[in-house]
Design a protein around this ligand. Sequence first.
Ligand code: PFF
Length: 468
Amino acid sequence: MTSTSHESAVPGCGKPSKSGLARVGFSTGFGVLAATLGSAVGLGNIWKFPYLTGANGGAGFLLVYVLATLLVGLPVMMAEISLGRVGKANPISTLQALAPKGQPWWLIGAAGMLGAFLILSFYSEVVAWVFAYVVKAMRGSILSSDPKVTEAAFGALISDPMQSLLWQWGVLVFIGGILLMGVTKGIEAITKRLMPILLLLLVLLCAVSLSLDKALDGLVFLFQPDFSKITASVVLTAMGLAFFKLSIGMGTMMTYGSYFRDDQNIPLTTVRVMAADLCISMLAGIAIFPAVFTFGFEPTAGPALVFITIPAVFSQIPMGQGLMVVFFVLASIAATGAMLSLMEVPVVILHERVGLSRPKATLLTIALLVVLGSASALSNSTLAEFKLFGLTPFDVADFVSSNIILPIGGIFIALFVGWAWGLDKFSQAMSNQGQLHNQQLIRAVFFLLRYVSPALILIVMLKGLKLF
Ligand code: PFF
């Protein structure tokens, strides 16, 4: 939802970073929580969580996703933020500064930058669909509970190469403009105020969805696990979602950690972010699946699921069209914030490591994304036949980033803290130099990072990718 950057913070409360550049941090405890939550909450909740839950059998997937979040996601998030706060720099410089001499742990930061580009290449297209839906919702052409109508409307958008490209370029220019004009602070302020309205709308959608005929079928699908559906590839997808949702495994949270105040309680903040993020995904699930079953949509519809189902729910509400416009406007704002947070990784690395000014780093990032992103934008039209392992370029970017790059990043971040950085330093960071009395928790998290998380991620990846 929201993002952070140098512009977003209160000037004057910064301190010199290890790279020698002046950095400024979040000014208040609430600001820290809101911005971290802002990176986690985005289209991952509204779009990715429902479509993956639908495509992977429902409740069983949800169960594994929650377990992966607790056993792997939360410890890695704590590790990243702790490293970032101590390093006070971009992920490459942080890892270089904190690693024992001569060990190339900084490669995690470099891989993270590639991960950010890959995610942005398809995320920008989904944001493009959300933007386009604001206009479609205004025209009213998609407000229907007939799957044929809503599917045709979505199909018309994604199968048109010009529309797909132009909306994506529009998104990239818009985001680039926000960064170049240095108005991220304003966007953050707007986001913080408007997100409660999105939350209220989601609650309203849940209430409407729960009143539908076959609401119970939707709830059973979402909450009653069918264990036979939990295959190795389902487990890998659920774990990948946990990484994607919490924005971990590629340096975003490390970058955010570098803006954290020294007295911020890292364990408490991460647990709150994780819990709130999970609640918002649940609300999206409860809003969508009862409607899926009532109106005869396919839960396995894939990335289209939300775009074809949400109009059906709004079609059941008085003033549904107006409210749907509001919904997609708010979703656009949430998506914009998540994109700004993703862009922070390459922009800060190009700025602090390569020495480009922030505007130049921003322009270069946007230019690269126009090229890279077009493969995702054209995946359902010009490049529809161009498949790798049976997947379109969009699906490849989505799959490879969440299920390969982020988990590998997670393994190395866990190994770095568990074996190279060590318990003492981790404990100092997590307890605010001993001011918080949370030693038992720290030991438990450290144990997970040293042994459990890396082993679990590796096994899940090898099994899920059928390499073992
Ligand atoms: N967590 C965001 C979402 O769920 O929409 C997406 C995201 C943002 C992923 C930042 C990774 C990241 F670094």
